[in-house]
Ligand binder design. Sequence first.
Ligand code: 5GP
Length: 137
Amino acid sequence: MSVFKKIINREIESNIVYEDDLVIAFLDISQATKAHTLVVPKKDYQNIYQLDEKTAGHLFKVVVKISQAIKKAFQPDGLNIVNNNGAVAGQSVFHYHIHIIPRYKGDDFSIKYVNHSQDYSKEDFIKIKETIINSLS
Ligand code: 5GP
């Protein structure tokens, strides 16, 4: 059983900030930044590919609601929404979750985006776009 399922079942302690029938939100134990919060569906979805539409929609509403509460409470200078899927993407708990990471000037959190646009021709972009479009079902 995942650590988040144990939190949902109250088998281990956590600092819960919100809960309803479908989702729960609690402080991430690492506190990458102050008020770093996780929003988690109660059902055992491992990753984004397993999420159903109803849960996904509701989950994001809760993410917005909690982000607004954190903004009101702590006045961060910015905020990242992060979701890791798969170990290679940094996922360490295999129960779906969204990180709300408030950002404060001078904090030490980072996500690095490297610009690789020079490696792609206009045709490459079109080909990638069309491949995605063709995969939408
Ligand atoms: P991931 O790396 O899977 O995207 O994120 C997992 C997160 O779960 C990490 O940020 C980690 O700090 C958090 N975490 C792991 N174990 C616990 C725990 O027992 N309690 C809480 N509140 N958070 C946890």
